[in-house]
Design a protein around this ligand. Structure first.
Ligand SMILES: *Cc1c(COP(=O)(O)O)cnc(C)c1O
Length: 387
């Protein structure tokens, strides 16, 4: 027991102790100890998670005779309700792709796909900043893995060229919008690289872009016209789509291969049908939310203008905007000051981000008004000048 307790003490000493926060989200706000704060820490990018009109409209489609709150088994047994087929068909149609496969979460998708599709004759080349769920998938796979420096395509191109003859398959793994820096990968450049080598596959995690980017909200690959060149396009429903679950867009052969080999798909209870119905309902709404996406893009530009120059070379280009503060204690202190000013922001510390780059992570919500953003920027400038 001592070891566990002393490890917690060390974490606390370094300002890195994590706790489960007690709080209650209410629409765009969040209430803690009776105090209401603007919630800038959720991933509810389109502001749909607590939209009463959408919830009411959806609830009217439900009927106690037919609606199910649990699937009570794996998809391979009796959990594969028709709602799965409807959702997967719709996703494949939206992307203009052969197939889509839905998972319980992005964590399930990312921890399961790479181990299923790689072997000891595979090489994974992953961006240094990919999400922990991808890192865990790499850890479970039998492939060799090299992490390339964040968005460093010269290094990546060199690694592909050097290793092309030595592996049966090479998987380039990246995110489109990165979780912690809010910057983006260069998809056309990655596609150009992939096209030079028949054995190279592209794996793209669009968790932060699904719902937010592209005319239909399908993500950065849609926005940049490269959907057809991505071998594994992963999106999640727990963020902008205000639901739960994830999907991959891929070929029909790959879908059937995953159904037969991917452990986090096979050995887990399927999503509740009611959840799949809600996801499909929301996905159909999101296709038409260009106005929300435009507003989010516009407030993003304003906050980036204020913060990007302060971040020592970390340059966001999205609705996720870090405020890099360095040591964890400083990030904790600034987060508390902002909370006191009515903005619910949390410190992001190692091991989530590299040591010395502790930060606040502002994730904007399309429900934020221009005056919310005015006040946020004024408050940030005030705090920055006092540091
Ligand atoms: C949130 C996130 C995930 C995990 O998705 P969940 O559905 O929350 O499990 C995966 N990848 C990235 C980049 C994420 O930000």
């Amino acid at each position: 027991m001592d070891r566990y307790a002393s490890q917690l003490e060390t974490l606390a000493h370094n300002g890195n102790l994590r706790r489960l926060p007690e709080m209650e989200p209410q629409g765009l706000y969040l209430v803690r100890d009776g105090v209401s704060m603007l919630n800038l820490s959720s991933n509810d990018y389109l502001g749909l998670a607590d939209n009463v009109a959408l919830k009411s409209e959806f609830l009217q489609t439900l009927n106690p005779q037919t609606c199910r709150f649990s699937s009570t088994s794996s998809r391979l047994l009796t959990g594969n309700y028709p709602a799965y087929t409807r959702l997967e068909k719709r996703l494949a149609q939206l992307y203009g792709a052969e197939s889509a496969l839905v998972f319980n979460s992005g964590y399930h998708a990312n921890s399961g796909i790479l181990p299923a599709v790689t072997n000891n004759r595979s090489l994974i080349l992953a961006d240094k900043l990919v999400h922990a769920s991808i890192v865990d998938g790499i850890g479970l796979s039998k492939a060799r893995c090299i992490r390339y420096r964040h968005n460093n395509y010269e290094q990546l191109e060199r690694l592909v060229a050097e290793n092309a003859d030595q592996y049966e398959r090479i998987f380039i793994v990246t995110e489109s919008i990165f979780s912690m820096d809010g910057d983006e990968s260069d998809l056309p450049r990655l596609v150009t690289l992939k096209r030079q080598y028949p054995q190279v596959y592209l794996y793209l995690d669009e968790a932060h872009a699904f719902g937010v980017r592209g005319e239909l909200g399908l993500g950065c690959a849609e926005e940049q016209g490269v959907v057809g060149d991505i071998d594994f396009l992963v999106g999640t429903f727990g963020k902008a789509a205000a639901s739960m679950g994830a999907f991959v867009i891929c070929s029909e052969t790959m879908k059937q291969y995953l159904v037969n080999t991917m452990r986090p798909l096979i050995f887990t209870t399927a999503l509740p049908p009611v959840n799949l119905e809600w996801t499909l309902f929301i996905v159909n709404k999101i296709c038409n939310m260009q106005k929300r996406r435009e507003h989010l893009a516009q407030i993003g530009r304003r906050v980036r203008e204020a913060l990007n120059p302060l971040n020592g070379g970390i340059v966001s280009s999205s609705h996720i905007i870090p405020y890099v503060l360095g040591e964890s204690e400083r990030a904790v202190e600034v987060a508390l000051r902002l909370q006191h000013e009515g903005f619910y922001l949390l410190p992001v510390r190692p091991p989530t981000v590299p040591r010395g780059t502790s930060r606040l992570r502002i994730s904007l919500n399309a429900e934020c008004s221009d005056s919310d953003i005015d006040r946020l920027i004024t408050t940030l400038q005030h705090i920055q000048s006092s540091l």
